[in-house]
Design a protein around this ligand. Structure first.
Ligand code: ACO
Length: 330
């Protein structure tokens, strides 16, 4: 038994915040942000939008594409670091919103690696015969965690959610996954919980980042994990059709492309429009490629997530959906 993706979906907040708008509130500029990060805009929650609402909308879109009844889902895994409830898990709220009343629900907290970790977990449940139809979501509202007065970090982040439906099948479909954590560097990306009994000072609950340490970590670990998962799959980087990397920032992605020695067109990017919204970036990129007709059956995809923990992971997928035609970009 293995799991295949039969639907993808995403949901981005309505409000777009440009670099220009940020520069009206802090000492930064569009040129600085674009040159260092490749980011132009980010989408930020407003009004009734929350991590949960984005997650439920993304899951609903994936479910519609899959053409399944939400009541047939037996598992909801939501990767997030920004649940709007401490108890219950955000995935429980998603269950209610999408009407998946027979699904077991839990959240996975692995920051920007969260979606890759959750997809590997869903596959493990399916392979063990413990689930048949799962929705796997990556959703974050990092705008709730950042210090909007810290120009060295807040400019990097945004909000959004993506999801896939994974169905068990008897077909022999290759899937490989690798996960790693090195907590000795946990301090490089840290936000204390706001729910501790001894309340931390407010500024300790903001996301703090050692940008240079994260940059070094990403450049070392991402190529490594890609080679590791490809070794399991028995193929090389040249055999891969598309690499979907966590959209942390444009310079990290460019540097990984150079290290891997792959053509840049095999490494799609949307960080310019959405910035870094942690667990959501990979499934949103996947959904956009799918809906734009860029994916076709048999293509080999490698996903790679990396971030707080420090944690990093990769997965190898052979795409099983037919190309979506008649999309806006064909
Ligand atoms: N606007 C203008 N100037 C700024 C800004 C800003 N937004 N932020 C920092 N600066 C200034 C600094 O104060 C410093 O000024 P100084 O030289 O007078 O002291 C100068 O710019 C250079 O600062 P550095 O921190 O050295 O800039 P660097 O070139 O390292 O770029 C950056 C910073 C973009 C954060 C980079 O380190 C980076 O990309 N790191 C990776 C971090 C990342 O992507 N994290 C994502 C979260 S983790 C994840 O998803 C994996």
């Amino acid at each position: 038994m293995t799991g295949k993706i039969i639907g993808t979906g995403s949901c981005m907040p309505v409000r777009v915040v440009s670099n220009q708008e940020l520069s009206e509130h802090m000492d930064t500029s569009d040129a600085w942000i674009r040159e260092r990060t490749g980011i132009r805009n980010r989408h930020i929650i407003s009004g009734e939008e929350t991590t949960t609402s984005l997650a439920a909308e993304a899951a609903g879109n994936a479910i519609s594409m899959a053409g399944i009844d939400p009541e047939d889902l037996d598992l909801i895994l939501l990767a997030t670091s920004s649940s709007n409830t401490h108890v219950p898990a955000a995935s429980c709220c998603v269950q209610q919103l999408i009407g998946a009343k027979h699904a077991a629900c839990f959240d996975i907290s692995a920051a920007c690696s969260g979606f890759v970790f959750a997809l590997i977990t869903a596959q493990a449940y399916i392979r063990a015969g413990m689930a048949k139809l799962a929705v796997v979501i990556g959703a974050d509202a990092i705008s709730n965690l950042v210090d909007w007065e810290d120009r060295s970090s807040c400019i990097l982040f945004g909000d959004g959610a993506g999801a896939v439906v994974v169905q068990a099948t008897e077909e022999d479909i290759p899937f490989y996954g690798v996960m790693h954590t090195d907590s000795t560097k946990a301090g490089a990306l840290l936000a204390k919980s706001r729910h501790q009994r001894i309340q931390p000072a407010m500024e300790e609950t903001y996301l703090r980042m050692d940008g240079k340490e994260i940059f070094k970590f990403a450049l070392t670990r991402v190529p490594q994990v890609i080679h590791e998962v490809l070794e399991q799959a028995g193929c090389g980087v040249e055999d891969v059709d598309l690499f979907l990397l966590h959209q942390a920032n444009g310079r990290i992605i460019e540097s990984v492309v150079k290290k891997l020695k792959v053509p840049p067109w095999k490494v799609p990017v949307n960080v310019d429009e959405y910035a870094n919204f942690s667990a959501g970036t990979i499934p949103v990129l996947l959904d956009q490629l799918n809906r734009r007709g860029k994916l076709k059956r048999g293509q080999r995809l490698v996903l790679a997530g990396f971030g707080a923990g420090l944690a990093w992971g990769g997965s190898y997928i052979e795409w099983q959906m037919d190309r979506i035609t008649g999309s806006e970009e064909g």
